[in-house]
Design a protein around this ligand. Structure first.
Ligand SMILES: [Zn+2]
Ligand SMILES: [Zn+2]
Length: 167
């Protein structure tokens, strides 16, 4: 079974709250202040539901009037990654993209090399296959984040690749 992901809004809010309490506890344990800027980074990632890089995050927060520095965005992303609240993904750009991971099923990103469009796919078949491959090597499958690069086929999707050269 292959399907694209659509998380219901209620689930999303609960995931965001859970992630927030994990972050608050970790900050307390590490003796770090639980500033509104740090919480804002987490909320922005969880509410956007998309793949953001550090600079996009910084710009979004600035626009919303959050007082934050680029350094704080980077530090907070590192912390969120260590707490497994965000996943780092390589979408073929020079910079890393981040997405929420709490309450999100393992999925595959299919990226168009020409227009950069990203489609998310969950597949139980893929999960079982990876589980089997890991077992064969003596590993237990943990989380995964996979990227596959290709090119949009205009006739197959209800959009056209914006960077595809017209013949
Ligand atoms: Zn994703
Ligand atoms: Zn494309």
């Amino acid at each position: 079974m292959t399907q694209t992901i659509a998380t219901p809004p209620l689930r999303e809010a609960a995931d965001s709250r859970q992630a927030e309490s994990v972050l608050r506890n970790a900050l307390k344990e590490q003796g770090l202040r639980c500033t509104s800027a740090r919480i804002a980074v987490l909320r922005e990632i969880y509410s956007s539901g998309s793949h953001l890089d550090a600079d996009e995050l910084y710009q979004r927060l600035k626009k919303k009037g959050v007082s934050i520095s680029r350094a704080t965005v980077y530090h907070t992303l590192d912390l969120l990654f260590r707490l497994r609240l965000v996943t780092r993904i390589d979408l073929g750009h020079k910079h890393t993209h981040y997405e929420k991971s709490h309450g999100v099923a393992n999925h595959l990103h299919v990226v168009c090399e020409q227009c950069g469009q990203v489609v998310e796919i969950t597949s139980s078949e893929l999960g079982s296959m990876l589980e089997k491959l890991c077992r064969q090597q003596g590993f237990e499958l943990g989380s995964f984040s996979l990227q596959v690069f290709g090119q949009c086929i205009p006739e197959m999707r209800n959009h056209s690749c914006t960077r595809r050269k017209k013949k």
